[in-house]
Write a protein of this length. Structure first.
Length: 296
């Protein structure tokens, strides 16, 4: 029963925290680009307005894909530790590989639903998104595998506990840097926002979305951001009590937004060449240092 309440608390925190930070991020980007920007609560208005409208359906595959995407991402957010063992809803299920498996359900649900719409722009966007995953996940998984090998556990809350003597970002700085670069791709921040490039493919996977479906996919995106940043905070910044967890979460988000606001967009082949170049090479180098015991 306690675990269920903690899991529900995860969803509530994820919803209000990330939706607020998205609005603050829009404001930060606007200020950097010498604009005023919308109010920080604009995303709440947009979301509830979308949820109040009747959606257009392209068939049961399209409908089911939206629900699968949201359900898979919500399930993942419910098992994510928020900085410590105390804020871990399911201590026996917070294994990194279990989390990645659940997270993939959401991604595949979105891909299935959007391709089912029959819109070519949606198909191109999904193709780019899956290709981008192939790019950033390779160096990211090598870094995470090295971390798991170093600590001999894949449990997130145990990885948090083992960082009391020093954050992984400091113990294995190469791994932390590569993980952050991969995180930029996961978040879809520039220069890695090619999957939704509005000027080229009319927002890609979201082209056919309207009304409640647009709102539900926005909520799915909110939970996805929560999962991705939380994993970085837990694995590389040592988690911490709930207050410190929130501070680290906000700092990582603001840093990603500030970097994104001053960079141009990569083409899809440029993105693949980038991730399979220096980041992949440094990920292998980090793995070699871990195998040899050359950590700080």
């Amino acid at each position: 029963m306690v675990a269920a309440y903690k899991a529900l608390f995860n969803l509530v925190v994820a919803f209000f925290l990330v939706l607020s930070l998205e609005g603050i991020g829009r404001k930060i980007t606007a200020r950097i680009q010498r604009r005023i920007g919308p109010p920080w609560y604009q995303n709440f208005i947009d979301l509830f307005k979308a949820l109040s409208k009747h959606p257009f359906s392209n068939g049961w595959i399209f409908d089911f894909g939206v629900l699968m995407a949201l359900g898979g991402t919500m399930a993942t957010a419910m098992v994510i530790p928020m900085g410590s063992a105390f804020w871990t809803p399911f201590p026996n299920s917070d294994n990194f590989f279990v989390i990645m498996y659940l997270f993939a359900v959401g991604a595949l649900g979105m891909a299935m639903g959007m391709v089912g719409s029959g819109n070519p722009w949606s198909s191109i966007g999904v193709s780019r998104a899956l290709t981008q995953m192939l790019g950033y996940e390779l160096p990211y998984l090598i870094v995470i595998s090295s971390t798991i090998f170093h600590y001999k556990t894949a449990s997130i809350h145990k990885l948090i506990e083992m960082q009391r003597g020093g954050w992984n970002l400091l113990v294995m700085p190469l791994g932390g840097i590569i993980a952050f670069v991969s995180l930029m791709g996961m978040l879809g921040k520039k220069p890695f926002d090619i999957a939704t490039a509005p000027a080229e493919i009319a927002s890609g996977p979201m082209t056919e979305l309207s009304g409640k479906y647009m709102g539900l996919l926005h909520i799915m995106h909110v939970f996805a951001i929560f999962v991705e940043i939380s994993l970085f905070v837990d694995i590389f910044l040592g988690g911490g009590n709930f207050g410190w967890y929130l501070v680290k979460f906000i700092v990582v988000w603001v840093l990603a937004v500030m970097i994104s606001s001053v960079l141009p967009r990569f083409r899809i082949e440029q993105m693949i060449k980038f991730y399979w170049g220096v980041p992949l090479g440094l990920a292998f180098l980090n793995a070699l240092f871990v195998l040899l015991g050359w950590t700080l």
